[in-house]
Design a protein around this ligand. Structure first.
Ligand code: CA
Length: 227
């Protein structure tokens, strides 16, 4: 998934970004409300992780509800990007304010990475309207929770990035995703995009899952086999 992380605490942000990248997500990280708002206006993210106590702009003082303004602006323009609020404060009023402003879930710091990733999966599942987290299509079964993949019942080992490409394609079976859309799922800002990376991962996936599982539409992109 492509994630926007909004967190002004450099240590927390850095460790979260590293951990989420290891899980195969593309993570863009900004430190203040203004940068978050401009990122959200110019790019599409699968999920927003939003700290509540944020400065409005670089160098400004941290405001306890700086993140709420970002959330209200996002929902105010009809953007339904899933949002998980991260907050150091556990007062009931803050939770209610976050949820009222349109957050899908919230986590109180400090939290375990496992809990965050479980909440992320639950939010994405609700957002996609799916009852089960497991994705199944064309004989391929992908479980985002355990990161296990099988083809016709036999386990298949994938790298984190192969997994990310397959997950993106399986979330919308039959829909064509362009190379640029797939690169967006693999790389955050400032990460060098290896040329041909997407074709290399698709090639590996075809070797592991069968040549016909992922189809190409020349000049357009890739899609899961429709049968
Ligand atoms: Ca903060």
């Amino acid at each position: 998934m492509r994630l926007l992380l909004v967190e002004d605490d450099r240590m927390i942000g850095d460790s979260l970004r590293q951990a989420l990248r290891l899980e195969g997500h593309a993570v863009d990280w900004v430190y203040d409300a203004a940068a978050a708002t401009s990122a959200l206006a110019s790019e599409r993210f699968d999920l927003l992780l939003l700290d509540l106590g944020l400065p409005d702009a670089p160098g400004a003082a941290t405001r306890p509800d700086g993140g709420l303004a970002v959330l209200r602006a996002l929902r105010g323009r009809g953007d339904t990007t899933p949002v998980i609020v991260l907050t150091a404060r556990d007062a009931l009023g803050d939770r209610v304010a976050g949820l009222d402003a349109g957050a899908d879930d919230y986590l109180v710091k400090p939290f375990d990475l496992d809990e965050l990733t479980a909440r992320m999966r639950a939010v994405m599942r609700r957002h996609g309207g799916r009852a089960s987290t497991v994705l199944e299509h064309a004989g391929v079964r992908l479980d985002p929770a355990t990161r296990e993949v099988s083809k016709d019942g036999l386990p298949v080992l994938l790298s984190a990035r192969e997994f990310a490409v397959l997950e993106a394609l399986m979330q919308r079976p039959g829909a064509v995703l362009s190379r640029a859309q797939l690169e967006d799922r693999l790389y955050g800002w400032g990460e060098a995009v290896e040329s041909n990376a997407v074709s290399v991962y698709v090639h590996q996936l075809r070797k592991k899952l069968g040549a016909d599982v992922i189809q190409s539409m020349r000049g357009v992109g890739y899609f899961m086999s429709r049968t």
